[in-house]
Write a protein that binds this ligand. Structure first.
Ligand code: TXA
Ligand code: MG
Length: 326
């Protein structure tokens, strides 16, 4: 188990800063999910992230910065679209992909000529990034603090369970947003939505003053592909409320390892069940913790009611579709 530090305690925060300066890994809270942090300027430390996660070294990591000015040391240019998005949504749950500067954060970028930058809003993350900047650490590489392909952690406890005692975890409480940041690629002339999150497409387009392209419409990139899944151990199957209802009726008696995660469909007596909130923001906040709880309770199959088609559900729907794809 990784050791947990209290992010509110200045002494323990300082211990985290010293550990990062010494090339160690420190998981830290953000408003979206916990990140597994290393000094982005220390390639050896960044390689430890890939080892700890079991993540292929050519998968680029997001670099967290204390403010927009800090981007200038990492980006070779900040295109107008990125500037608009940073102004509108930073600090907050938005990552921009921009062209990378020379040799800056080469390992973190996983060999790409671009880099993903994000300025998080969580007060503990901000305090950590500012204290690191004072020690000359200009950014923290930080993928979600889970083993590769697994569900992202939204509490310090989740992180501690995934890693050994060479990782420190700075506790900042449960994450408020609950799913990972929205990612917009601004490095290719036209802004492309790479990963939906809780900032909606309409909000981004309003800030940009032009429509966003989808990943699939844009020319495919050679590498830098997004993770294929965010899956719990249990198999996840997504169904409309109608189909789910019928399936439950056909089933009759509920098998012991089947769990239900539904908003409108009621669970048969005795079935392991969690209710998905009616509000998209609340559903996002609880999603990953719920999937982890199904695992902890021994579910082998989770039937999930498809979220509503409304745009504020895009992020939650995206994560559920990925969880169901594995
Ligand atoms: O909310 C978040 O974004 C969290 C918190 C910790 O900040 N971080 C996170 O990181 O979700 P990660 O590494 O799990 O997901 C980042 C995604 C990856 O799928 C990666 O492929 C993509 O961002 N990415 C990062 N840099 C990129 C680049 N230069 N070009 C294309 N995709 C990139
Ligand atoms: Mg991740």
């Amino acid at each position: 188990m990784a050791r947990i530090l209290d992010g509110q305690d200045p002494k323990q925060l300082q211990e985290a800063v010293q550990a990062l300066c010494a090339g160690r890994l420190v998981a830290f809270p953000t408003e979206t999910v916990y990140g597994l942090g290393a000094n982005a300027g220390d390639d050896a430390a960044v390689r430890r992230i890939f080892e700890a996660k079991g993540r292929p070294a050519n998968h680029p990591l997001i670099v967290h910065v204390p403010n927009a000015e800090a981007c200038l040391t990492l980006a070779s240019a900040v295109p107008p679209a990125a500037q608009k998005l940073m102004q509108s949504f930073w600090p907050g749950p938005l990552t921009v992909i921009v062209p990378r500067r020379g040799e800056a954060a080469a390992a973190a970028a996983g060999g790409q000529d671009t880099i993903g930058l994000r300025c998080p809003a969580h007060p503990v993350a901000r305090a950590l990034l500012e204290a690191c900047a004072q020690q000359g650490v200009l950014g923290l590489a930080g993928p979600s603090a889970n083993v590769f392909g697994r569900v992202s952690p939204t509490t310090a406890q989740h992180v501690a369970e995934e890693f050994g005692d060479d990782v420190l975890v700075l506790d900042g409480g449960p994450c408020e947003v609950g799913i990972e940041s929205t990612i917009v690629d601004c490095s290719r002339g036209h802004a492309v939505l790479l990963r939906p999150g809780m900032i909606t497409r309409a909000e981004i387009e309003a800030a940009l003053g032009e429509p966003l392209l989808d990943r699939d419409d844009a020319a495919p990139r050679a590498s830098g592909t997004l993770e294929a899944h965010y899956a719990p151990r249990a198999k996840v199957r997504l169904m409309s409320a109608d189909i789910l209802q019928t399936a439950l009726q056909v089933l009759g008696e509920s098998p012991p390892r089947l769990a239900l995660y539904s908003r409108t469909v009621r669970a048969p007596r005795g079935m392991l069940h969690r209710r998905m909130p009616d509000d998209a923001a609340q559903a996002a906040q609880q999603l990953f913790a719920a999937l982890r709880e199904f695992d902890a309770e021994g579910a082998e199959l989770v039937w999930v009611e498809s979220p509503p088609p409304a745009p504020e559900w895009d992020g939650v729907r995206d994560r559920l579709v990925r969880a169901a794809a594995s």
